[in-house]
Design a protein around this ligand. Structure first.
Ligand code: ADP
Length: 192
């Protein structure tokens, strides 16, 4: 099964993706995690994208489509995957459809986590505090100004995907404000 977890920054995509991968034995394909790993490794890709992530802007479609295309060739993605933070633009969604179709596959469902904006800013602040409390470095893009930019970028570039997937009959919208366990239960119910 190929699933897309969809929603604004801080909606809980990563949290639910991890639960889904454990329950269903599917790999979590998070472009954000892959880009952060490249930055940590100081690879050529990492150096190229570091400032873009720090600003909260989008990395180019070519780059992320390339990363996902390579990742899909690995054996663990043969039976499906949970896409987290990808696609984020219409061209990325079209590319994902093409990549999957080339192997006779398709997106089975798109789970949209709906969350109100004030809560998203609060969640980012909480994430910074949690990281500090654990002695870890917070994500540089979780500072309030950058979160606001990420939300603008989401509204402008990513929100149109709701209509794209609705037209494909794949969209399942859930309340992302509910407690984590309730969101998980709602996802299970939506997937049948
Ligand atoms: P969040 O969903 O909380 O914003 P992510 O970890 O998914 O966090 O993404 C972090 C950053 O990585 C984004 O703000 C963007 O700069 C970059 N990024 C991740 N995925 C993509 C993508 N599919 N297309 C373009 N940029 C991306």
């Amino acid at each position: 099964m190929n699933l897309v977890l969809f929603g604004p920054p801080g909606a809980g995509k990563g949290t639910q993706a991890k639960i889904l991968t454990e329950k269903r034995g599917l790999p979590q394909l998070s472009t954000g995690d892959m880009l952060r790993a490249a930055i940590a490794a100081k690879s050529e890709l990492g150096l190229k994208v570091e400032a873009i992530l720090a600003r909260g802007d989008l990395v180019s479609d070519d780059i992320v489509i390339g990363i996902i295309g390579d990742r899909l060739k690995q054996a663990d993605a043969a039976n499906g995957a949970v896409f987290d933070g990808f696609p984020r633009t219409i061209p990325q969604a079209e590319a994902l459809d093409r990549l999957l179709a080339a192997n006779g596959k398709q997106i089975d469902a798109v789970i949209e986590l709906k969350v109100d904006e004030a809560a998203l800013l609060g969640r980012a602040e909480q994430r910074v505090q949690d990281a500090r409390a654990q002695g870890k470095t917070p994500r540089p893009d979780d500072i309030p100004e950058t979160v606001k930019n990420r939300l603008d970028v989401y509204r402008q570039n990513t929100a149109p995907l709701v209509e794209f997937y609705r037209l494909q009959g794949k969209l399942k919208s859930l309340d992302g404000m509910a407690p984590i366990g309730d969101v998980t239960a709602a996802i299970d119910a939506a997937l049948g």
